[in-house]
Design a protein around this ligand. Structure first.
Ligand SMILES: [Zn+2]
Length: 94
């Protein structure tokens, strides 16, 4: 007897800690200590996931979640710009 595998891999948002199917979250990776959006899911390295919405971006910034991931102080304005750009692109694609 074979048990059915869970159909979609679940990932957890760093802001709200809610698990969603991987494709509903935006993945980011750390490249040379900088946060880079992983738009095609092919970047190697340490990655994390965030909901595709501004609320979770705000929460993550407030919690200093990005500082923890990068293990350094991340400028909130810089990370906001990076993430919002991806969110805007995602919206247009839908
Ligand atoms: Zn979230």
């Amino acid at each position: 007897m074979r048990r059915q595998q869970q159909s979609k891999p679940m990932r957890r948002c760093i802001a709200c800690y809610t698990s969603y199917p991987q494709n509903e979250l935006q993945r980011f990776t750390l490249v040379d200590g900088e946060i880079v959006p992983d738009t095609d899911g092919k970047n190697d390295g340490r990655g994390f996931y965030l909901c595709k919405k501004r609320e979770c971006l705000d929460v993550a910034i407030k919690k200093k979640a990005f500082n923890r991931i990068c293990k350094k102080n991340v400028d909130p304005d810089t990370i906001r710009q990076v993430v919002e750009k991806v969110l805007d692109n995602t919206k247009e694609a839908q």
